[in-house]
Design a binder for this molecule. Structure first.
Ligand SMILES: [Zn+2]
Length: 222
């Protein structure tokens, strides 16, 4: 499925619906509006077209449109739209930025999920909205798994084994594998995983687990 495209400032996947990215820490804390706007403008993107979620580690996915531009949507961890004039963004620093889109980019979603959101069914909720609100079948959806804390570094308690029906190796949880399996079970087979770990790649990413940082990377789908 091709290779992820890694530059100093952003990571993206050539094959995934064209316009998307995850920032690296090189461009700084994307929660900071001044830095965020500066970064987007540097790519000729209009910051006022961005819609963000206030992210509470739950399972709500909300349908948004142009009226929501330049705002944070309350009480959700996922955004979905068919509005061409919008960009959807989410912040992460260890959690998974999961972007979804149909092939021509006309319906797109940005989802923030750690183990809790996955466990609570945020992926199923997103796929259901693609189907119910936009009549899109799972097999027409492509998914992008951005940088997050991977099985090399993600120590968890053994109760995760029951939660996700997995066997931990050295107490490490493989979130990407759980997401991949869930997506495939739902009928999504085109999955682009950048395979980067936020925890041990210190020069590239912020990691909450590494130092309880307040900084966040931004993932955007346009
Ligand atoms: Zn790692």
């Amino acid at each position: 499925m091709g290779n992820p495209h890694i530059m100093k400032q952003i990571i993206s996947y050539k094959n995934f619906p064209y316009k998307h990215l995850t920032t690296t820490k090189i461009v700084g804390n994307m929660r900071d509006k001044v830095l965020r706007d500066k970064f987007l403008l540097s790519l000729n993107l209009d910051p006022s077209n961005l819609i963000l979620a206030n992210q509470m580690h739950r399972n709500n996915v909300k349908v948004v449109n142009s009226f929501n531009k330049n705002t944070f949507i309350a009480k959700c961890d996922g955004l979905i739209t068919a509005d061409k004039n919008t960009m959807l963004g989410i912040f992460t620093a260890d959690c998974i930025p999961l972007l979804m889109s149909i092939g021509n980019g006309e319906v797109k979603a940005a989802i923030h999920t750690g183990w809790k959101g996955i466990y609570l069914g945020i992926i199923e909720n997103a796929v259901e909205i693609f189907h119910k609100d936009f009549s899109i079948k799972p097999e027409d959806i492509k998914a992008y798994i951005g940088p997050h804390i991977r099985s090399c570094c993600y120590d968890v308690n053994c109760d995760m084994e029951d939660k996700f029906n997995v066997e931990l190796v050295n107490n490490k949880l493989d979130l990407a594998e759980i997401v991949r399996r869930k997506l495939q079970k739902l009928g999504i087979n085109e999955i682009f995983d950048v395979k980067r770990c936020t925890f041990h790649e210190k020069d590239l990413f912020f990691s909450y687990r590494r130092n309880q940082c307040a900084e966040r990377m931004l993932s955007v789908i346009m």
